[in-house]
Design a protein around this ligand. Sequence first.
Ligand code: COA
Length: 277
Amino acid sequence: MSGVLLTDDIAVEGCSPSGGVVAVWTLNRPEKLNALNRDSHLAIKEQCVRVESDDAVRAVVIRGAAPPTPEEGKRPKPAAFAAGADISEFAGKNSDDVREFFANNAWEAVWGLSKPTIAMVDGFALGGGTELALACDLRVASTRAKFGQPEINLGLIPGGGGTQRLCRLLGYGKAMEMTLTGEMVGAEEALSIGLVNKVVEPEELEREALALAENIARKSPYTVRVAKRAVRAALDLPFTEGVLTERSEFVALFDTEDKEIGVSAFLRREDAEWVGR
Ligand code: COA
């Protein structure tokens, strides 16, 4: 399994409690446009367990490995976040062969993280690649990013939560269009329909994604988790119940040390030194 997912913890300066890191995961099958195979799923799930139990990790950034240098006379491979699930693993399989695997997949493992997650998308994010980006909380893309759910062209539909997360993020009309046509959506359109949070030039992408992750990593890690949970509640709960849930989370924060630290720091015009509780 080693090698399909590279991991790196980047220290965050000026965060508190000190020692915080941004975990950067690089999907590393560039010769296959970082298509997600079984090993990729296993490695992502393993890392999800790791970051969830590691207090130092304040945020996760997921990216794709850059294309390899082409052999002499060969066409260069395009940039990719991930060009989908590995289609070669679908051939000749029936429902019994795939049911269990898809019941316990990497998309839901990422979605289930209590810490903030950012997809850093350069080039193709198709099928399971778009779904992995959708399973993250935020998406930063380069101007050459291309999103899409082309499963319909394989006689399939998205299977990593794509239909549901697209509907929630973009609304029914655009989600249906992407699912039924399989057409790709470029970076500019992705920004205009809310599929990504930000679009920057390819050479600025890493800096931008890390700056976003570090910005969040400098907040109270406790409050960040509560904030993520509160926004997520909007996806599952009826409106009035959601507002009540938010209020109850808000009121409970008044018993934390970090609320007192944040409020006092503001009043003293100082930076807050969070303790994470
Ligand atoms: N699964 C497995 N292999 C994939 C893949 C996938 N989802 N997407 C790309 N690859 C492989 C190709 O087979 C090729 O391998 P090879 O060099 O060993 O032949 C390599 O990645 C490069 O892809 P290629 O198709 O040659 O690049 P391209 O620039 O001509 O086209 C795409 C790029 C993204 C348009 C094209 O690769 C594509 O349509 N991929 C599949 C997208 C998809 O349907 N995803 C949903 C899967 S559920």
